[in-house]
Design a protein. Structure first.
Length: 189
């Protein structure tokens, strides 16, 4: 019975070669299209998820040192003198269970950095030891600063790739000095 059904099916396929080829081709193209669309969708999901994970769902509250005057290009010092203190940050960490972590920062803006005869303008931010976990910023040499650096008020600095290439030409910079704001800082060991 099954053998007879298979024999009849094979005879029909041989008798209608063009129809059989077109049917097989249509099925192949349809399955390929579904797989391709699924793969593209999954790839887009992976890229988007990765991008969002880099940002880590961060939310920041900022107080700008300068504010823009409405309707002009002028900037004036921020008239509001309220700052968040370290005690405020610690209170947020202790009393807000939905906050995974909190980190104070301060933007110094663009500064001229110098090492020997070379110099480069770069953005400078002040931060605490939580910086590494917030920014997801891997190190090539050395380490990020830690609690000990904070407690000892160590003059250490973590530099980015552009500053490293411009000032040190890609060499090992552990223990090297970097100068900005007329202060000398040591690159973290």
């Amino acid at each position: 019975m099954i053998f007879d059904s298979l024999l009849i099916t094979f005879r029909i396929l041989v008798a209608n070669k063009l129809r059989s080829i077109l049917t097989i081709l249509g099925i192949t193209i349809g399955i390929s299209a579904v797989i391709t669309i699924g793969s593209v969708g999954y790839g887009a999901k992976v890229v988007l998820t990765s991008s969002l994970n880099k940002q880590a769902g961060r939310f920041s509250i900022r107080r700008e040192n300068y504010v823009k005057v409405k309707g002009t290009e002028k900037h004036i010092p921020n008239p509001h003198k309220e700052f968040m203190t370290m005690d405020d940050v610690e209170a947020i960490k202790a009393n807000c269970p939905s906050v995974a972590n909190a980190m104070p920062t301060d933007e110094l803006g663009w500064r001229r950095m110098q090492s020997g005869e070379r110099s480069k303008h770069s953005r400078v931010s002040l931060a605490t030891e939580e910086f590494a976990s917030f920014e997801n910023w891997p190190t090539i040499f050395g380490r990020h600063f830690n609690r000990s650096d904070m407690e000892l008020l160590s003059k250490v600095v973590v530099i980015g790739f552009d500053v490293w290439q411009s000032l040190f030409r890609g060499k090992d910079v552990i223990g090297q000095e970097l100068k900005f704001n007329n202060q000398r800082y040591t690159i973290s060991v």
